[in-house]
Design a protein around this ligand. Structure first.
Ligand code: MN3
Length: 236
């Protein structure tokens, strides 16, 4: 794993200096979150401990997922950006033109961003959808239960490795799937929009605890969704 990233994250976790209360980076779609000056994208520090999402997401899975899988995507993404002279571009610019770049930019860039987004979409204090978000869910899916059912089904039926997303598309909410590390910000994505919520359904996200029982993992995921984060994305 990338030792520097780990150390930095550890420090941030330890001091909390860069963690503003209730702040979700609205910049997440526009900036590298941190590291703009160095042209380096970074893993966001987790706002919770590895064991904070137990029993729904186990500590070992979260630790390996964050400090191995995600760290690897991030360092490979940075290496490819450097090699391909793509420094200084925002996530939005990169994904909006991703068809012009290498497979590494698409796969590792997606892996970098998707996980940063996913970590923020999780929380030990899940809260509940309310206000404009709940209104939009009721309008576009009929009810919160219908929404949950459709999202769970879409997540369960991603073939192989990929992600399910709640997105805002032309001011309407929609649930879509992407394969591998693709996401709805990418120009190659069949369904494009602003991500509001996502679930990682790669086996590495659940196999240690759930083995092949992906639907069980998805059911548990609902206990740790950070609805404040989802709401904040609706406004962005
Ligand atoms: Mn993953």
């Amino acid at each position: 794993m990338d030792k520097r990233t780990f150390l930095k994250s550890g420090l941030l976790l330890g001091t909390g200096v860069f963690i503003a209360p209730a702040a979700y980076s609205k910049d997440i779609f526009n900036s590298p979150v941190t590291g703009q000056k160095t042209n380096e994208f970074e893993q966001i520090p987790l706002k919770y401990d590895f064991n904070a999402l137990e029993p729904h997401i186990d500590a070992k899975t979260l630790e390996v997922h964050y400090s191995k899988h995600h760290a690897s995507y991030t360092s490979k993404f940075n290496a490819s950006l450097k090699e391909e002279n793509l420094g200084g571009k925002s996530i939005k610019e990169i994904f909006g033109n991703v068809s012009k770049y290498s497979a590494s930019i698409r796969n590792n860039g997606g892996g970098h961003f998707n996980h940063n987004f996913f970590w923020q979409a999780l929380s030990p204090n899940r809260g509940e959808p309310k206000g404009d978000l709940l209104k939009a869910i009721n309008t576009d899916f009929g009810s919160f239960d219908n929404f949950k059912k459709e999202f769970s089904t879409k997540a369960a039926t991603v073939f192989g490795s990929g992600w399910a997303w709640l997105i805002k598309q032309d001011n309407k909410l929609k649930i879509v799937q992407t394969s591998n590390q693709d996401n709805p910000l990418m120009d190659i994505s069949k369904e494009k929009g602003t991500p509001l919520l996502t679930i990682d359904v790669w086996e590495h996200a659940y196999y240690l605890k759930y083995q092949n029982r992906r639907p069980e993992y998805i059911e548990s995921f609902w206990n740790v969704v950070n609805w404040d984060f989802v709401s904040s994305n609706l406004k962005s």
